[in-house]
Write a protein that binds this ligand. Structure first.
Ligand SMILES: Nc1ncnc2c1ncn2[C@@H]1O[C@H](COP(=O)(O)OP(=O)(O)OP(=O)(O)O)[C@@H](O)[C@H]1O
Ligand SMILES: [Mg+2]
Length: 217
């Protein structure tokens, strides 16, 4: 058993994951906790290379199975080299997306068999997983509007823009939303669904309450 706490944030594009992770990390640091924030795909130099292949517009035309294997290759590096050592050091690790995103995007989104993804998860991670997962739930049309505004504000050139998933059609994003809600329904102890259309401060307070309760045990 590790000593720290592993928290993951999940949800569709523009649901507010990055915003809320930064806020939670700040709140926890101010109350004396050691915090590490990280993200998937990525988190290690090797994983960041895989991220570019997966999320950039010209990163490649992967089949769903190839995509799943790339995601878990990056994930197992991330877990072994970054996440587990930080947890053993007593840190609270907050990760922007994790296995639930693979189930939602490749499983529910691309209709890949969920049990096949589960098998790859067990092969790579065994019984390791998050202690707590915050799922930010948003109407995909609103989420994509938010993402568009954010991407427009970031001055990437077109080739490097991380918008391959934003380019998928709206039905894809609706399947993702349903997927995240089904995952939460199956694991209510671990997963907490927060309506992400609420005001940013309201969302932050709800998340902080859940995390405080978890820390208090
Ligand atoms: N509750 C909220 N109400 C209104 N706007 C919000 C809210 N939360 C976040 N935003 C804004 O929406 C945009 C997207 O938020 P953010 O980048 O945190 O989402 P994300 O889930 O990390 O998106 P992505 O999946 O694209 O990484 C940002 O410009 C952010 O300021
Ligand atoms: Mg983000």
């Amino acid at each position: 058993m590790h000593r720290g706490l592993f928290i993951t944030f999940e949800g569709g594009e523009g649901s507010g994951k990055t915003t809320q992770i930064n806020r939670l990390a700040h709140t926890l640091s101010q109350t004396g906790h050691k915090v590490l924030t990280t993200r998937e795909p990525g988190g290690t130099p090797e994983g960041e290379k895989i991220r570019d292949l997966l999320v950039q517009r010209e990163g490649g035309n992967w089949t769903p199975t190839a995509e799943i294997l790339l995601l878990f290759a990056a994930r197992v590096m991330h877990v072994e080299k970054i996440i587990k050592p930080a947890l053993e050091d007593g840190k609270i690790v907050i990760c922007d997306r994790f296995t639930d995103s693979t189930l939602a995007y490749q499983g529910y989104g691309h209709n890949h068999a969920l049990d096949a993804i589960e098998n790859v998860r067990i092969l790579t991670l065994g019984d390791f997983g998050p202690d707590l997962t915050i799922i930010l739930d948003i109407d995909p049309e609103e989420g994509l509007r938010r993402s568009d505004r954010r991407l427009a504000a970031e001055q990437f050139n077109v080739k490097e823009r991380e918008d391959r998933y934003e380019q998928m059609d709206i039905e894809f994003h609706k399947r993702l939303r349903r997927g995240f809600l089904e995952i939460a329904g199956k694991e209510p102890e671990r997963c907490h669904v927060i309506p992400a259309m609420q005001d940013i401060d309201v969302v932050s307070n709800q998340i902080a309450d859940i995390v405080r309760k978890k820390i208090a045990g």
